[in-house]
Design a protein around this ligand. Structure first.
Ligand code: UDP
Length: 357
């Protein structure tokens, strides 16, 4: 079996780590890096730390609007697909790279498999939601992380080749927890384990308008205990363009630092008192490590974390974040196993091997 995987940004590198290992046991993989994330701290570092094979093809797409990037990726993928003729194309998550990989496979008649299929925020203004819906409907094999995702697909009439396999990010969390725990984590930022807030914010809804950026600055100022915010380059650029960087950096308790690698981020997350985030992946990782999560969005795809009491949706609202920080209790007892048993990648590889092996 010959699989072509297309990755291009930070969460996709994390998802590719367990899958590349699992695929190596059952077939061969051609790895394509679209270049959607090109900053070394969002890309190269991840390949090194997570032991992902070096890409066979680097499209080097770089900066541009999402549509420009999609067009450039699709154009670059067509001849690669024609030459490599994979049995199946594997795409991950909900990014521009996911959409481009899906379009290229569908238009060249290569079977398409989607990892992290069926997630919905039901907010079509989100670029990620557009990418997910189109990718799911173009896919031949749908790998869902949760029961909620399977039910979402069923509502859209997608019931054929749907597999509830668990979450590959949970695989990655288990795979790297031990090595991450050996990192300095909070000590590197003069923070006391269990007493600080970890912040990540990068989505369009929080960074694309001045009003949203001002709300983000207010959220940072509302955090009433020591915190660290590894700022995504997109967020940093938008804050600077809006002339709001200095106000953000003046938040009394939260230090703004550059983005950190997966292992350092995991080390910070594992010992945090709480996470304030708009990241999809980080909401789940907070649950994996039983850290209370405050999600500064109005919707989430990971609804079970909210209904289960592990995650609070506050919107980008400073007062609501302050209220959530005042009560960080988590449900008692054993945490549910919504995201599988840590072998989602093995299941995906097994389904593909059975089909194409
Ligand atoms: N992450 C990281 N360093 C950071 C912030 C996040 O390694 O400074 C990791 C995090 O552990 C998770 C992934 O990046 O695995 C999430 O990516 P991101 O928030 O960019 O994307 P999303 O999950 O929202 O699609």
């Amino acid at each position: 079996m010959h699989v072509m995987s297309v990755v291009g940004n930070r969460p996709q590198f994390v998802k590719a780590a367990p899958l590349s290992r699992a695929l190596a046991r059952v077939g061969s993989e051609t790895l394509v890096h679209s270049g959607q994330h090109y900053d070394p701290e969002l890309a190269d570092l991840f390949f090194d730390e997570l032991g992902i094979p070096q890409p066979d093809h680097a499209l080097g797409v770089g900066k541009g609007t999402p549509l420009e990037q999609t067009a450039a990726m699709v154009t670059a993928l067509e001849p690669i697909l024609a030459r490599s003729r994979p049995d199946v194309m594997l795409v991950y998550g909900d990014t521009t790279t996911t959409l481009a990989g899906a379009l290229a496979a569908a238009k060249t008649g290569v079977p398409l498999a989607h990892v992290e299929s069926g997630l919905r925020s039901f907010d079509k203004s989100m670029p990620e939601e557009q990418n997910r819906v189109v990718t799911d409907h173009l896919s031949d094999i749908l790998f869902c992380p949760t029961d909620v995702a399977v039910a979402n697909l069923a509502r859209e009439g997608l019931t054929g080749d749907v597999h509830q396999v668990g979450d590959v990010m949970f695989d990655a969390a288990l795979m790297f927890a031990e090595v991450a725990a050996r990192r300095p984590g909070p000590a590197a930022f003069d923070l006391t384990p269990g007493e600080y807030v970890l912040v990540t914010v990068h989505r369009a809804a929080a960074t694309d308008t001045r009003a949203a950026l001002e709300a983000l600055v207010a959220v940072l100022h509302a955090i009433d205990r020591p915190g660290v915010f590894p700022v995504h380059p997109r967020t940093a650029a938008k804050l600077r363009e809006a002339g709001l960087w200095d106000r953000a950096a003046a938040a009394p308790h939260v230090a703004l630092v550059g983005p950190v690698g997966y292992l350092d981020f995991t080390a910070l997350l594992m010992q945090a008192a709480a996470v304030v985030t708009d990241s999809g992946g980080v909401q789940k990782e907070a649950f994996f490590h039983r850290v209370p999560c405050i999600t500064v969005r109005d919707t989430t795809e990971w609804t079970e974390t909210v209904t289960g009491g592990y995650n609070r949706l506050t919107g980008l609202d400073a007062d609501a974040v302050a209220r959530a920080l005042a009560d960080l209790t988590l449900p008692g007892g054993d945490a549910p196993s919504w995201y599988g048993d840590g072998d989602a990648a093995g299941r995906i590889a097994a389904v593909l091997a059975e089909r194409f092996g």
